[in-house]
Design a protein around this ligand. Sequence first.
Ligand code: COA
Length: 368
Amino acid sequence: MNEIVISGTGLYTPPHVITNEELVESFNQYVDYVNQHNPEMMEPLLHSSSDFIIKASGIKSRYVMEKAGILDIHSMRPNVAKRNDDTHSVQCEMALLAAEEAFKNANILSHDIDMVIVACSNMERAYPAVSIEIQKALGIRGFAFDLNVACSSATFAIQTGMNALIANNAKGVLIVNPEICSAHLNFRDRDCHFIFGDACTAIVLQRKKDAISLRPYSILSTKLATDFSNNIRNNFGFLNICDADKRNAADLLFKQQGRKVFKEVVPMVADLLCNHLNISGIDAASLKRLWLHQANLSMNQLIAKKVLNREPSPMESPSIIHEYANTSSAGSIIAFHKFHDDLQSGDIGVLSSFGAGYSVGSIILRMN
Ligand code: COA
């Protein structure tokens, strides 16, 4: 069988940082404003706190594509201007920058790619597919499509791309994860206003025999699972316009039952990872690294502990959540991108995603 490798990854980090302190200051101003102007409200809105955010999630800051609109209490959303149809979309621009770095790390040029997948939680438009726009911008001959499994989009795309390479449907695959999570986040909701940030990652997949990258990682096995849940939901969609009067802004943004997600997803992920390692004949104790989805620090510590059967060291399950917050499908790829250089030939690690759906992905990788 053709062995498939991740031959390079890239990361685009947006230009603006919002610290917890800045976010909380603006949120609390919004709360004071609403409470002052609505004295008849039965239950006044409550302040948010940076201490709570760090304790509950591990998040200290996030990167965003646009900052002023998010912090303006009369807007509380990123001011992302509408673009002309003949201008690159925002997601295309982010993806081109991430892809450039991935190509460099894979030691390839765009003509080595003939399949492009945009895999992320939110697409900027319904069609034409953003991936086809990126394909054109990179001068790639072949085919492209968009794929959305929320936070698990990247791992589902890795399995899809790998299968295309094995079946000889493609010679090189580019996967990009342009996540503009700030635009689906409800910055007026105290329960979740701190959760997300923006970023874009890129992944190059090739047959091992074609890869000339200095650090290719073989994909030993992949395993995906889904199980329907309404606990993370976003009702934004093309039918919204049909019954616009019954919709409110909050219904068209991210919402979740965070506690339930925590309780239900941790065992689902730990079971899937343990089972995947088991059927692949890999002893969890021998794992050098877990590149986990970055949604909540304690959640990751718990999953890593369940998989390794002991407390993980910070390097065994590296975290980027304090700096980036939850960047949906990009999170585990950022962790991989930033924390794989020290692995030795033969070392094995697992890349894993989890999130809305519910959806879980597990990719077992070996450093060549
Ligand atoms: N500032 C201060 N206090 C806050 C707050 C805020 N921003 N938001 C909530 N609180 C309060 C609550 O009102 C509650 O108070 P109470 O005990 O008096 O009722 C208390 O803090 C605990 O709230 P809870 O929602 O239970 O917090 P938590 O410890 O579960 O943490 C999450 C919340 C969202 C960080 C956590 O549940 C989580 O990360 N879950 C997993 C989410 C996830 O992975 N989602 C995937 C997204 S793709």
